[in-house]
Design a protein around this ligand. Structure first.
Ligand code: SAH
Length: 352
């Protein structure tokens, strides 16, 4: 009888015939449906919801700032299960528009109703870029971050929504992000992931090793593997950046903190909700609590013998891949002049 989700005329993505589908049919999405619409399955949302560093930071930023939310109109870009929309409603928002292109929004609609928040929150199913909202908003909340901050990022979608739907003087939650790099000792794991291909049951598989080098690993790095100082390589202020700023080249400079061997560079990011009365911050640093973003590891072809105070410097370029813009082309060039080595190299990686 009821449409589970409000659709918009302008939105081509919404398949209105879906309203005729029975609940039974809806349950029977095939594995191929999930392949094309990975956010439709609850498991991916389960992982995000259970990432307590992530979810509690959003909750803190929203619920400890009810003075900012009370009576306001809020947009949740990519609402998923609707968790952030419900925090905003709890914080006193007058209206919340929850937008998602994935079928998970059918569950969000149900969850919102089951928690008696459907008087405040309205769900819109479709691509944010194509949705027509009833009015402009005071606050945009969104969890858009990907691996290496920018992989498969929804950030361009958020910037688009900012330009189109945020009132003059509106606020973004969060609004600041930084990326950092450092170098690590990682002999055992590099051996397992890269050098393994040298000899597989007595055969030479080294052509795979070349490919393995090019793919950064998203994995958990122990804080004590970090052998250098960190360096901030990118600062994003969501209030002012444009999509073009997501293609960048930046310099870095890191220094040995102990005598050790260096096998890889790693990257992580942090996030700030700076408009809060007391800014809320979280980091995906290897020396902080686990998050589902882990860290991103870029193996170097050479092993560097680094001493305390030795400098590694270079530059990192990042741009969407020409063939598949969801992939990121990342190039790192570095120079290292140590006691025993004088190395200058450039490596090209694809995060996919
Ligand atoms: N806000 C939720 C979910 C975050 S995951 C939470 O914090 O738990 C990001 C969500 O954004 C996914 O559900 C995905 O389907 C949605 N999404 C990604 N790009 C979108 C777009 N262009 N328009 C609408 N939704 C989008």
């Amino acid at each position: 009888m009821e449409k589970t989700v409000e659709s918009t005329k302008d939105n081509n993505e919404v398949n209105n015939s879906q309203d005729d589908t029975t609940a039974e049919e809806k349950k029977e999405m095939t594995s191929s449906d999930y392949y094309w619409n990975s956010y439709a399955h609850f498991a991916i949302h389960e992982e995000m919801l259970k990432d307590s560093v992530r979810t509690l930071s959003y909750r803190k930023a929203i619920l400890e700032n009810t003075h900012l939310f009370t009576g306001k109109v809020v947009l949740d870009v990519g609402c998923g299960t609707g968790i952030l929309s419900m925090f905003a409603a709890q914080a006193g928002a007058a209206k919340v528009f929850a937008v998602d292109s994935s079928d998970i929004i059918d569950q969000a609609q149900q969850i919102i109703k089951d928690n008696k928040l459907d008087g405040v929150i309205t769900c819109f199913k479709g691509m944010m870029e194509k949705i027509e909202l009833p009015e402009k908003v005071d606050i945009i909340i969104s969890e858009w971050m990907g691996y290496f901050l920018l992989y498969e990022t929804m950030l361009p979608t958020v910037l688009d929504a900012r330009d189109k739907w945020m009132k003059e003087g509106g606020m973004l939650f969060p609004d600041k992000a930084n990326i950092y790099v450092a170098a690590i000792e990682d002999a055992d794991y590099k051996n397992d992931k890269i050098d393994y291909w040298n000899n597989v049951y007595g055969f030479n598989f080294s052509c795979i090793k070349e490919i393995a080098y090019k793919e950064p690993l998203v994995d958990t790095v122990e804080g004590n593997a970090v052998a250098t100082t960190p360096c901030k390589i990118l600062s994003l202020d969501l209030n002012t950046i444009t999509k073009e700023d997501l293609t960048f080249t930046t310099k870095f400079e890191i220094f040995g903190q102990r005598n050790d061997y260096v096998h890889a560079l790693i990257a992580w990011f942090d996030i700030t909700f700076s408009t809060c009365h007391k800014p809320v911050y979280f980091t995906t640093s290897p020396s902080s609590k686990y998050t589902h973003w882990k860290q991103t590891v870029f193996y170097l072809q050479d092993t560097l013998s680094i001493c305390v105070g030795d400098r590694i410097h270079g530059s990192l370029s990042c741009k969407p891949n020409g063939n598949n813009p969801r992939d990121l082309d990342i190039s790192i060039s570095y120079a290292f002049k140590g006691k025993y080595q004088d190395i200058e190299k450039e490596h090209h990686y694809v995060l996919r």
